[in-house]
Design a protein around this ligand. Structure first.
Ligand code: ADP
Length: 249
């Protein structure tokens, strides 16, 4: 395994409307991994970052896009400063669904990504929310990160979430739900579950993660869903020890 895409969700990055110290731990981990692997990061949180400066009603699309435009440089600044401590350079890459529409556009984007990775620069990828029109919005970074993994030829996607695994049922509402270690098939019933992201800025939820997993599994790639709150499982997994977290393959 050489090239890995990490996706980090809003609920992991923010706590009570403020950036959490969890971002420090994630940056430390990715900086360390960058020595051994090619690392790409798909990060949510631009809308949340924008809201800290300008609390607009995000139920309106144009407000949400404005928040993303305000928040994107704020979020990048937070990453840039933290990665700088480890002497790692980051690049901002904003994509839209249309960038993956044609082979030509994908090839161009991939060549640029290759240049960044060859130079040990970590691309921080997000959807170009502020100009995406409604019908081409990915809408959530789970599926965007699956596209990034596939089209930019990564070996796997690792989703750092507020939940530590995929469970037999929503563990927040069902105490008897059991974590699944390995999933080799996505049941259609699962995809019909209610979309219920926890954070008011999050747009994902478990269903978009399952869709991301299905997209990758159908194309022979794997996805690991694990905690972004406690990084011990992802660290163990990368050392070949699968303790917690769900591997979709
Ligand atoms: P993130 O911000 O990391 O993208 P989300 O809040 O969007 O995470 O999605 C993860 C949430 O999905 C969990 O915290 C949990 O409440 C909910 N969820 C619903 N069903 C399940 C399930 N079967 N297994 C795990 N989590 C589930």
């Amino acid at each position: 395994m050489k090239r890995i895409v990490f996706k980090v969700g809003t609920a992991t990055l923010y706590e009570n409307g403020k950036l959490s110290s969890r971002i420090d731990d994630i940056v430390e981990l990715l900086s360390e991994l960058n020595k051994e692997y090619e690392v790409l990061l798909v990060s949510s949180g631009a809308v949340g970052a924008g809201y800290t400066r300008c609390p607009l009603d995000k139920s309106k699309l144009e407000n949400k896009q404005a928040l993303a435009a305000i928040g994107q440089p704020l979020l990048m600044k937070e990453y840039k400063e933290r990665f700088h401590k480890y002497d790692v350079t980051v690049a901002q890459v904003l994509v839209t669904a249309a960038d993956f529409d044609s082979r030509k556009r994908t090839d161009n984007a991939q060549k640029m990504i290759n240049v960044l990775l060859e130079n040990k620069v970590i691309p921080i990828i997000n959807e170009n929310d502020s100009v995406s029109v409604e019908e081409i919005l990915f809408g959530d970074n789970d599926q965007l990160s699956a596209y990034v993994t596939y089209y930019f030829n990564a070996d796997m996607l690792i989703i750092l979430s507020d939940i530590d695994a995929f469970y037999t049922d929503n563990p927040k509402t069902n105490k008897n739900a059991k974590p699944l270690k390995i999933v080799t098939e996505i049941n259609d019933e699962w995809l019909k579950q209610e979309c219920n992201p926890n954070d008011k800025f999050a747009t994902g939820g478990i269903v978009t993660k399952l869709k991301a997993a299905k997209f990758l599994m159908d194309r022979g790639k794997s996805m690991f869903l694990t905690s972004g709150f406690d990084l011990s499982d992802v660290k163990a997994f990368l050392k070949g020890e699968h303790k917690g977290g769900t591997l979709f393959k």
